[in-house]
Design a binder for this molecule. Structure first.
Ligand SMILES: *Cc1c(COP(=O)(O)O)cnc(C)c1O
Length: 461
């Protein structure tokens, strides 16, 4: 008898033992090292005859599980890494059970659920009703989708339809930004616009926030020819924000598409204490917000919001006779690069329903409070140097000394990380090798902060 048939007969046991195993993994997250230095794995052989799921699970947990990081835990402060809430995990598991293809809107209500989930998110982020949205795999993809629309829009002024004719006849597309994320460059490469089309404008003194006067000068020089402004709401180095309100005001005077990369900074909207950082967001033509960061749903999940669904359809429409086109709810395959899509909205639907506005406000405020506390400890320390005010949930710091080398900073960080209690990542801030600690896990608390601080102090000795 084939293993597949056997597995089918014991699917309840398989799901049960997977749940048990998952529960063990989840409940021991805090004992697991925050990060694991990758090591080479032995060659894997493809078995001629399989061993079945239960044996595969045992084999996996024996051979590989120790090599997985505690990135879902509360002291993984690298990059900007959210955890996964219990409700989001439940939703994510069910995505696999349901296995809907949210490509067209023909055979289930999954597309409508995606649409309803997006409506709840518009409420969470205080976005105007005019926005429509779609789930994509991450903020990089969301930036790509936003800039693809901006490209289409920009070339139209020269009578060129990029969707039909490509970029060849179009004048160069100009993208203006202060501190764009690396994914903006990647998107420009993928879009054929080119990374060199990005013009970076100086920021305010000791900030990663665009100098508005300088921006206006550049816009004046554009002489009404269209351009794209990428505003940054939450920079990865320091969590700084462009003045969205001021940029929104410029929009009434100059001809530009405003794309806001609010991958994690968008969550400032969840708290009345920080929501003013997002004032002006509703002037954006397109917006990027990650779900797998501060919303704490599992990878891969992000939102793409737009006020220009018609342009979006022009760019992404996937004409095919066998795909439907005539429903009230849009076919999502016509809105983003993907055709077949997983039921990506479901983990978000679950977590929003389970915890509501209030608990997201609390997660955001708690994370920011912890970041500010760590910032204050670093500022008081004689051995560490805070490189920027803590604007949101990111602490950017280095070693305190006149002649610290890059290697010393990185060695220090490696020692802290290899201790396993915390994981932080490096960056370069204003030419200085720096360490970043980003708080975005729902589960991080004051006790964690004590452990994190102890880990830092121990390696300073
Ligand atoms: C994380 C991040 C991105 C890229 O996000 P992915 O989800 O990793 O693709 C883009 N912009 C900003 C500001 C980010 O923080």
């Amino acid at each position: 008898m084939g293993m597949l048939k056997k597995d089918k007969d014991i699917i309840n046991e398989i799901l049960y033992s997977t749940t048990e195993y998952a529960n063990e993994f989840f409940s021991t997250l805090n004992e697991r090292p925050a990060s694991i230095k990758p090591y080479p794995l032995p060659t894997e052989n493809l078995p001629e005859i399989g061993i079945g799921t239960k044996e595969a699970l045992k084999l996996f947990s024996r051979n590989y599980a120790n090599g997985l990081s505690g990135s879902n835990g509360s002291r993984y402060l690298g990059f900007v890494t959210g955890g996964a809430t219990p409700a989001a995990i439940a939703g994510d598991w069910l995505v696999s059970i349901f296995d809907q293809n949210v490509s067209t809107n023909e055979s289930s209500i999954a597309s409508s659920i995606e649409e309803k989930t997006i409506d709840m998110l518009k409420d969470l982020f205080n976005l105007d009703k005019e926005y429509s949205g779609a789930f994509v795999s991450g903020a990089t993809m969301s930036n790509f989708v936003g800039l693809a629309q901006a490209r289409q829009w920009s070339a139209q002024f020269s009578g060129i339809n990029v969707t039909l004719d490509g970029l060849f006849g179009a004048p160069p597309i100009k993208i203006i930004s202060g501190t764009p994320h690396s994914s903006i460059y990647k998107a420009c490469s993928m879009l054929g616009v080119g990374k060199n089309s990005i013009i970076t404008i100086p920021c305010k003194k000791e900030r990663e926030s665009i100098d508005i006067e300088y921006l206006e000068e550049v816009l004046i020089k554009q002489n009404d020819s269209p351009c794209i402004v990428v505003a940054n709401a939450g920079t990865v180095n320091t969590g700084d924000f462009d003045d969205l309100k001021a940029i929104a005001q410029l929009k009434s005077k100059y001809n530009f598409w405003l794309h806001v990369d609010a991958a994690f900074g968008g969550f400032a909207s969840c708290s009345p204490k920080y929501s003013s950082l997002m004032t002006g967001i509703n002037s954006a033509d397109s917006i990027t917000i990650d779900a797998h960061k501060w919303l704490n749903v599992p990878y891969d999940s992000a939102l793409q919001f737009t006020k220009h669904r018609t342009i979006q359809l022009e760019v992404f429409e996937n004409n095919a006779a066998y795909l439907s086109n005539s429903n009230d709810v849009l076919d999502y395959c016509n809105l983003t690069p993907e055709n077949s899509r997983r039921f990506r909205a479901l983990p978000t639907w679950f977590t929003l329903k389970a915890y509501g506005k209030k608990e997201y406000q609390q997660i955001v405020e708690r994370n920011i409070d912890l970041a500010k506390q760590l910032g204050a400890k670093i500022e008081k320390s004689n051995h560490l140097k805070l490189l920027s005010q803590v604007h949101l949930n990111i602490v950017c710091f280095t070693l305190e000394s006149d002649k610290i080398t890059s290697d010393e900073v990185l060695n220090f960080m490696e020692r802290v990380n290899s201790n396993g209690q915390v994981f932080m990542t490096q960056t370069n801030y204003n030419g200085i090798t720096a360490i970043r600690a980003a708080f975005s896990n729902w589960n991080t608390n004051e006790e964690d902060l004590e452990i994190i601080w102890k880990s830092l102090v121990e390696e300073l000795k």
